[in-house]
Design a protein around this ligand. Sequence first.
Ligand SMILES: N[C@@H](CCC(=O)N[C@@H](CS)C(=O)NCC(=O)O)C(=O)O
Length: 250
Amino acid sequence: MDNQNSEIVKLVQFPAMFGLPNASPYCMKVETFMRIAGIPYEIIEEVNPSKGPKGKLPYIIHKGKEIADSTFILEYLSAEFNVDLDSHLSIQEKAVAHSFQRLFEESLIWVMAYNRMTDNWHVIESAWFGFLPPVLKMFLPSMLKQQFKSKLMAQGIGRHSRNEIYHYGMKDLRAIVDQLGAKPFLMGDRVSLVDTTAYAFVSSLLINEFTSPLDELSKTAENLRAYRDRMQNLYFPELNYSRRDDLASV
Ligand SMILES: N[C@@H](CCC(=O)N[C@@H](CS)C(=O)NCC(=O)O)C(=O)O
């Protein structure tokens, strides 16, 4: 790997929250990749996703270019820094890894978004808007909530009942827990590209401050918590674990 790439990568993402490098799994995925690959980077905190080239976060700035979308960012960085986290995987394993990446990022994400916007709205409200002046607090949170509702409707998941949404979520989660099994990483003994996504999403699912019917499986599945801790120990050792000890009693 060539780490002598002259210009440092700037990662534009939300400020850290809930004891994680990022509460957005897409942002955390990119940072995890850079940790695994040993790519030096700087973080630029941004709270407004519309500043990004595609109206979402994260994006990176490198050599005068802005690159958006976590997957395209990882492809760019892999080529630029000559990294291949999947070199040990077979064609079939790559197919499975790709499917799981899409399951996290295109399916489970909507259940998580629904969960944050309904059951945990009070947590989001105080974390995101607690600092706003009262006048802005009056309309900004409800405007954002309305926007989220429209997105859930447009995607389709918002048309299901609460039980149906969590039913889908449970099926996704069961597949993840079963795929991980007793392996140290999602695809076996070695870390691979899909672990950047899996670790970010699993960490998000395990955020203490949020509650969800999915907790029944996510917060009790021993392998999932051990996986989160293993990845964290390896790639974000500076994070404070003590606040997570109470998960053991869930
Ligand atoms: N496919 C994108 C998804 C990024 C994404 O959805 N980011 C969310 C935060 S988790 C965002 O910026 N949402 C703002 C919006 O949709 O307005 C990626 O992989 O980077």
